[in-house]
Design a protein. Structure first.
Length: 112
């Protein structure tokens, strides 16, 4: 088995975020993963959003729960760009629907 290769790096997760995550999970993260997050935080999901799906390229479909426009569904690309301060941001984040129901009704089933 080969190891995954990461093209993007992110700032380290603060210890307080790791503790917060472990408290929410009700369990301590395995040490190798905890050490990884302490060196590079792979979390690119903004606060107030939950991921509800992905596309074939790794982009996220997200539901706004405590962010702008609560209940709306958004798409966030997996492609990132870095600002002058070295902070990574998604290249694309766009609103897809005003509600979960609207989002579901917009999905088209493709014929084989």
């Amino acid at each position: 088995m080969t190891s995954p290769t990461y093209r993007e790096t992110y700032p380290a997760a603060p210890a307080s975020r790791l503790v917060e995550l472990e408290n929410r999970l009700g369990a301590r993260l395995p040490e190798p993963y905890r050490a990884y997050l302490a060196g590079q935080d792979g979390d690119v999901i903004p606060s107030g959003w939950i991921p509800v799906g992905t596309d074939a390229g790794g982009g996220l479909f997200m539901l706004a729960v405590a962010a702008e426009d609560p209940g709306s569904v958004w798409y966030q690309s997996s492609e990132l760009e870095e600002d002058d301060a070295g902070v990574s941001y998604p290249v694309v984040r766009e609103r897809l629907a005003g509600s979960w129901t609207e989002f579901l009704s917009s999905i088209e089933v493709l014929d084989d």
